[in-house]
Design a protein around this ligand. Sequence first.
Ligand code: AN7
Length: 353
Amino acid sequence: MRQGVLSRYKQFLDITSNTPMIDMGEGSTPLVRSKFIERQLGCGELYFKLEGCNPTGSFKDRGMVMAVAKAIEGGSRAIICASTGNTSASAAAYGAYCGIKTIVLVPSGNVAKGKMAQALAYGAEVVVVEGTFDQSLEMVRNFSERNSIALVNSVNPHRLEGQKSAAFEIVDDLGDAPEYLFIPVGNAGNITAYWNGFVQYHEVEKSTIKPRMMGFQAEGAAPIVIGEPVLEPKTIASAIRIGNPASWQHAIKARDESGGSIGSVSDKEILEAYKMLSRREGVFGEPASAASVAGLIKMHSNGIDFSDSRIVCVITGSGLKDPDLASEQNDMPLHQLPLDMDAMNRALGSILE
Ligand code: AN7
């Protein structure tokens, strides 16, 4: 049986004899070699870390399993979060698995359909707030302090603890750290967690190098790039529509200590990468996830030479999360046919020539 994050990386996590070893099979996600973009850009080696293969379809499960275990260890009987969608789906799943009450706040109109469906399916209390993600996070921080209910957003340090396991897996799979890690940045928890993981593994000599951390925000939601909060963040990549990241300073530290950078990519660049990933690589990530690949393509066109480098792009969530956008962006023809072999031959015979 596949070991979940808590048992696989027990020795590197803050696990005590009282920590419940919750396990929904999270982590141990595939690291897949690129078939197309690697050659196209002339990268040494390019890999995709497929975090959409986690139980709820995003990387959030790695942190959620740890945060919920710690919440239960500390006596909490309820958890709460604000979310652009994936955190709420994950919290709702682990809440259901552990039999604890789960409350999720999501900004109105801005959450992808698949994620809302998950929160509802797992039976969470779903609160739609007329405001942004940043404002919803402010509200749950306040509410959780007053009501001794565990806050499971990435401001909870246990979330980042769990999420660093993805960095461990990359090193375990490659035998060393890559030269570059490309990753989308929203609330900036994940880039922080990865950096913590790479540093920790380097300290215990599991790797000889540490990667440059290359974070990418969406252009209309790029507070770290412009150096000030964005009050009304806008991007098609709803997961990273965040204007005032909670882990802002940690992300800057990760960037600077690693010799990396945090930049932005336009929605157009995100969508191009999104389609290239699914059509040329067979990797269906969500739009926010494609920001990592869009960032790589942008750095390459800015003249950075990756020919001697090993690169990992983190594909943070599954493309199935946002079915509306997938259909909208799909410009392949749909063939409508009667139940008739001749019609089928006429319609499809020519595409095989
Ligand atoms: C697919 O679910 O913030 O920089 O509330 O869902 O650690 O925030 C999601 C973020 C990247 C950004 N890719 O990670 C939420 C939420 C996907 C995401 C990010 C998110 P962070």
